[in-house]
Design a protein around this ligand. Sequence first.
Ligand code: ADP
Length: 626
Amino acid sequence: MAASLVFRLQDRGPELLREVLLERGWEEYDEEEREEEDWNLYWRSTAFRSSEYHNLLPWQRLNHHPKTVGITRKDCLARNLRRMRATVGSSLYDFSPTTFILPNDYTRFLAEYNKLRLTRGPSIYWICKPLDLSRGRGIFIFEDIKHFVYDCSVIVQRYVSNPLLISGYKFDLRIYVCVKSFHPLTVYIHQEGLVRFATEKYNLSSLNNLYSHLTNTSINKFGPFYKTEKEQVGPGCKWTMSKFRHFLNSQDVNQLLLWQRISNIVTLTLLTIAPSVPSCPNCVELFGFDILIDVKFKPWLLEVNYSPALTLDCPADITVKKGLISDLIDLMNYTFIDSLRQRAYQGQGYKQPCFNVNQHVLPKVKETKFQKRRNRNQSSQTQTLPLLKTLCKPEINQSQHAFVSNYNRHLPPVDLNKIYAARGRIINTTATKIQTDKTLNLILGSHSRTNVSVVNRQKCPALAPWQIDNRSLHMSEVTNHGNTETEAETELSGETDVSSSIHDISQRGPGLRRPAGSWKLPDIHSGNHRPVRTSMEKTALNGHRIPPLRVGDFIRTFPFNTATLRASQSHKLDVKIVIQQLQRLTGQLATSDMEVKENKDVGEDFDSLLWGPRDPPLLSQCFKPT
Ligand code: ADP
């Protein structure tokens, strides 16, 4: 029987996620039947409490990273972008319209308003958005300050009054961005997205007509022309990104540059918070970036959505969102460690959070019922785990030690007799496939669902094919928890590179290259789902772990070259280097002849795909590497 994974939804939504996961053979969490922590994925549209991050168990994932409000709340985003403009220069961060947070910035807004009125005349427009509302609620546009009245905290922003129109209709793009990890920063953008149209023609002389100026579906679906067949746009108010690509083909525009500029906006926006987001390897996040394109094909960032809507309102939604969620689950790369949940609940009851709440660098949280229970069991674990470390320490090299210490945190308790027996195998630096399998089995327990020998005989379908290949059977791959160091542990151990355990292990031998198609899903995801198109040739470069180029329609956009890979995997994300590399790349795309060259081996160690175009080319195919 395949190991089933369990998902937990806040208020039983979103329905689409439930549908996709049930199709894949997951089970839904039921609080009547299961223990409070008996789940693999907890999905909420609102934020998690800090205790929920602290108490995460190795197989538990959350759909939000902590502290991402810095980009998802309109005022925080404005502040962070302003700070970056002051630090790295306004020319790079010129993708967001000038914004004021009121009431605090009222005087500054007034000064800017008056200055522009004097220099540019009256045809400057502003948009006012309440901070606490979303989906277009409470928004209005004004030209003259005498029409500007507000009674709550708002942002006032320069209105992009020259949007690119399709047959006279305004639109914006909803881009889906997955931050797989903040430490190291690993970002994917989905190839599919939505184009959201206003349902009445754009008209600056009717600023009050929201159906002409706002592109929110929640507003336009109640408009009088929603169902009308509109010129070129059609009925409804959405296109898929694929349809938008067709439209772009008919325009005289440097498409590659446009896509790259949008991708840059995503990276630059994430850079504003990346260094301050706490490391939480069990989290993943899907953001919705709203991008408006003006007549000069300049993309503007309007906002970043914390929980982009996953409701299915129209055929475009179905096409885009179902694939998106499916790819997201693939990107989360559920592997054998996730199925340990069952063992914990059915067997030995081993439950130890990934975050160590006793570390002083993390804020103290009240001890929960679960923690109390865990602490009662602690003594046996604290005896067992250091012993495993001690057993191996004198004779193993640093990478192997990292391997073991990672698993000290994450694996169920082991039988010490078996460890003694396995000692020779653990420390054997020239471990063969059989040895590796046996060792893992001993650590995991012979009855574990993750028993490697069993897996090899395909009796346990919980592992992906690459996991049963001894060349690639190492920690960076068998868990999804890429950087298994928590922030607290990193500080205490003086460890500077959170991924050191990963790349050390991956340097063990000839297994640096995954077999083609190795990022396939484990069979636990039974049921109908789209095949995962992946591309992953190397797992490591000079000791740095390389995330796959693409997973389904998610394209890796960060890191995108060797320098950004290094910058992201150093102790502290090197924002300056990232920015230099982004500028260099954009400059190259802007000046290249835009013809995607023949697929040739350029001899680069590390390559990336250019997100956006229909068949995303390798960056090295877009321009000559310098
Ligand atoms: P909400 O969170 O309420 O959806 P948004 O910032 O996304 O707020 O704005 C809603 C809509 O208003 C956008 O989808 C876009 O159509 C329009 N809009 C917002 N800001 C601007 C702007 N600065 N210039 C032009 N249109 C804008």
